[in-house]
Design a protein around this ligand. Structure first.
Ligand SMILES: [Zn+2]
Length: 241
């Protein structure tokens, strides 16, 4: 059966059975299926479907958008990834992970490609190896940057933790514990530095007072552009993987 809507031609299939109501379904392949009771005429069905045309178009667009999003999230060859603010393309090499015992070795950068080695071709293993590697890279970077800035700040730090969160970039507690999100490894190095310095300055001022910001500015005079970068792109990095 056919349906015209705002110059668009939409085909739908009709399935009549011993049911009581009419249902319009958008299938996963975006085809339209109308289920109707036996006693309703095709003309009547056509009239009802026409009335619902706007809704059908909207639903189909939503579903299509959802599907593309899911596909772009899939970890397959060519998928765009980030590392220290630079875009990379993913490449998966299957059947070689066992030879590479350490997590650091299960992923490597070659030119503009991030290569992930796996034993089996499974999304879960690619994800696991990739996240473990990001996490390890983040840990190394954060430890190195905190000790670098602490040569100047000379604050006592109780513990540094690398966390997996989708909201905070970092935090500092009154017990002098510093927490950082591993996703700062996805951001440009100067932005990662800003997050490190921001949390370290909380060791002196556990607030966002003018004194706190003066402390940050004393170490990173251009911190405002890094903070702005995080405001503009932070959400994207939180969602990317
Ligand atoms: Zn803060």
């Amino acid at each position: 059966m056919n349906l015209q809507y705002q110059g668009q031609n939409m085909e739908y299939s009709l399935q009549q059975s011993r049911r009581k109501t009419i249902a319009i379904c958008i299938e996963s392949d975006l085809k339209i299926l109308v289920k109707a009771p036996l006693q309703v005429s095709e003309q009547e069905i056509q009239r009802i479907v026409e009335k619902k045309a706007g809704w059908i178009v909207k639903k189909r667009e939503e579903l299509a958008k959802h599907q593309t999003e899911r596909q772009s999230r899939q970890l397959s060859d060519g998928r765009r990834l980030f590392f220290q603010g630079e875009p990379y393309s993913l490449r998966i090499i299957t059947g070689e992970a066992k030879k590479k015992q350490k997590t650091e070795n299960r992923v490597e950068i070659s030119g503009k490609t991030i290569i992930v080695y796996t034993d089996q071709e499974s999304q879960a293993e690619v994800y696991h190896n990739l996240i473990q590697w990001y996490y390890e890279m983040a840990r190394q970077l954060i430890y190195q940057r905190t000790s670098h800035y602490n040569e100047r700040l000379k604050e006592s730090i109780n513990r540094i933790r690398i966390k997996n969160q989708r909201s905070l970039w970092g935090s500092c507690s009154s017990k002098r514990n510093l927490n950082f999100n591993w996703r700062i490894i996805l951001a440009p190095p100067e932005v990662a530095d800003y997050v490190v310095v921001h949390e370290m300055c909380h060791l002196r001022h556990l607030n966002h007072s003018p004194e706190f910001w003066a402390e940050v500015e004393g170490i990173l005079p251009d911190y405002k552009s890094d903070r702005q970068w995080l405001r503009e792109h932070g959400n994207e990095l939180m969602e990317v993987i």
